[in-house]
Ligand binder design. Structure first.
Ligand SMILES: [Cu+2]
Length: 189
């Protein structure tokens, strides 16, 4: 009996939620379809990026990398059809300031590990975007590994606000100008 009423309660809640959803916005409600790519012992789960505002020069690339093998590999770069180039970056707090830097030696993907590239953390930085990224589209690109080599993927372009709520509102977009932009320019872009 307790079970049943629990289930009933849950479905009632669900119905309640669903009735609110359409009102939330005219935005796509369908969940971002999971897609993945394999290369040897590596699985690249759901490469994605965020839509960009017109004129934006940079975008971030995110993906979960699973290394099921017994040897470490390194993510050393990538490419993105709508960018001049892609770099491997890290973002982290230094005191009160979110800093971003290029990982010159790449990002280690230890044996048996899962490494997540996500807003506010490790990411691919797409530099010199040649067109705005539009939500709902997919953009071809690649992730380049030291051992696995170049692995073609497609990045799903999600909403400009997608997963930006990782305690760093807006991620890159919200970074102070003298953080991201200046750094990228002085880095000889
Ligand atoms: Cu970056």
């Amino acid at each position: 009996m307790a079970q049943i009423s629990h289930a009933l309660l849950r479905s009632a809640l669900l119905v309640g939620l669903l009735t609110f959803l359409p009102a939330a916005s005219g935005m796509a409600i369908e969940p971002a379809a999971a897609h993945e790519f394999k290369a040897g012992s590596l699985t690249l789960v759901h490469p994605w990026t965020r839509a960009t505002a017109k004129g934006a020069e940079m975008g971030g690339g995110f993906v979960t990398i699973i290394n099921a093998g017994s040897e470490a590999d390194r993510l050393i770069g990538g490419s993105f059809a709508l960018a001049g180039r892609a770099e491997v970056h890290e973002m982290k707090m230094e005191g009160d300031v979110m800093k971003m830097r290029q990982l010159e030696g790449g990002l280690e993907i230890p044996a048996g590990a899962t490494v997540e590239l996500k807003p506010g953390s490790y990411h691919l930085m797409f530099m010199k975007l040649t067109a705005p990224l539009e939500a709902g589209t997919k953009v071809k690109g690649a992730l380049t590994f030291e051992k696995a080599g170049e692995v073609p993927v497609e990045f799903a372009v999600e909403s400009i606000n997608a997963k930006a709520g990782d305690h760093q509102p807006g991620g890159h977009d919200a970074m102070p100008m003298d953080g991201a932009d200046k750094m990228h320019k002085t880095n000889g872009g």
